[in-house]
Design a protein around this ligand. Structure first.
Ligand code: ASP
Length: 288
């Protein structure tokens, strides 16, 4: 059974805290993902469902668990990429919708565009009748996450990468962004190549201080290192993260390649993550 799956709930896990509840939820979610992939569901479908469930959980800084920006508004970002044809869809600074990842997928599948932002993204989602949050203050339950300065994080993005039975790769990333961000600020998560990437070689979803991930183009750099420098997945993910850290950033990523190898490196104190393969590996971890 040649498939592989990895999930993350962000690099904002704080040392000395317990993440038992989050880990239990991830374990159950991993079981659902394993079931889908082993039954032959395609990678795009699986990453969408996994990320939508992470958004709905309220346990991470994405979907229901997103935090407000500096003026108390909830602006969310998400992206999805299908490695087969490098099709991609993203939304940024989107307000008012329950599942940004489902809207990003609709941008990929139903429009000639890659990214919709702000009011345009909201109008698109409304026209397609995606479920709305109603009163944001009543809906959102901001998840705990490391504060900037405390392990230099303040993050809790969610993501998923998958390699399906046919060998297709896909990646999805969704976030509420950095705590207290300026209105209109967009991080790496919806930026194709920075916080989300999939091609025929590898699929990546990142988490951490987005500005640095954008400047280091981390997700696409992993694939480039594998293609041009013939690095292994392990070497490429480490190398791409090291380059980002040199700029002063912090965070982690999950990645799966066409051979079903999985890597989940991070430079932060912890990163909520889980992974499974068709060869029987199943792991859920927050710290080392
Ligand atoms: N990368 C995200 C951002 O900068 C934050 C996170 O990983 O939680 O928006």
């Amino acid at each position: 059974m040649n498939w592989a799956l990895a999930l993350h709930g962000g690099a904002g896990a704080m040392a000395r805290e317990s993440y038992e509840r989050e880990e239990m939820h991830m374990r159950a979610l991993l079981d659902d993902g394993v079931e889908m992939l082993s039954r032959g569901k395609n990678a795009v479908e699986v990453v969408t469902e996994m990320v939508a469930a992470l958004e709905a959980s309220g346990f991470h800084v994405a979907g229901k668990g997103a935090g407000p920006n500096a003026i108390g508004e909830y602006e969310l970002d998400a992206a999805i990429m299908d490695g087969r044809a490098r099709a991609a869809g993203a939304v940024a600074a989107l307000q008012g919708f329950i599942s940004p990842i489902r809207i990003a997928r609709a941008v990929m599948e139903d429009t000639p565009h890659v990214m919709l932002v702000g009011n345009g993204a909201a109008a698109f989602a409304r026209a397609r009748e995606f479920p709305e949050v109603g009163d944001p203050v009543a809906y959102y339950t901001p998840a705990r996450s490391g504060l900037p300065g405390e392990g230099k994080t303040g993050v809790g993005t969610v993501g998923c990468v998958a390699r399906d039975l046919l060998g297709n790769l896909a990646a999805a990333t969704s976030t509420g962004g950095i705590k207290g961000k300026l209105p209109g600020r967009v991080g790496d998560s919806p930026v194709i190549g920075a916080g989300c990437w999939a091609d025929k070689r590898v699929a990546i979803s990142c988490t951490g201080l987005g500005e640095f991930f954008i400047r280091a183009n981390v997700a696409a750099d992993v694939s480039a290192r594998m293609a041009y420098a013939r690095q292994t997945l392990e070497q490429a993910t480490r190398g791409a993260l090291d380059d980002m850290v040199k700029l002063g950033g912090d965070g982690g990523l999950i990645a799966v390649d066409a051979e079903c190898n999985i890597a989940t490196p991070f430079t932060s104190p912890g990163m909520k993550r889980a992974w499974a393969t068709g060869t029987g590996i199943k792991e859920v971890k927050t710290f080392r």
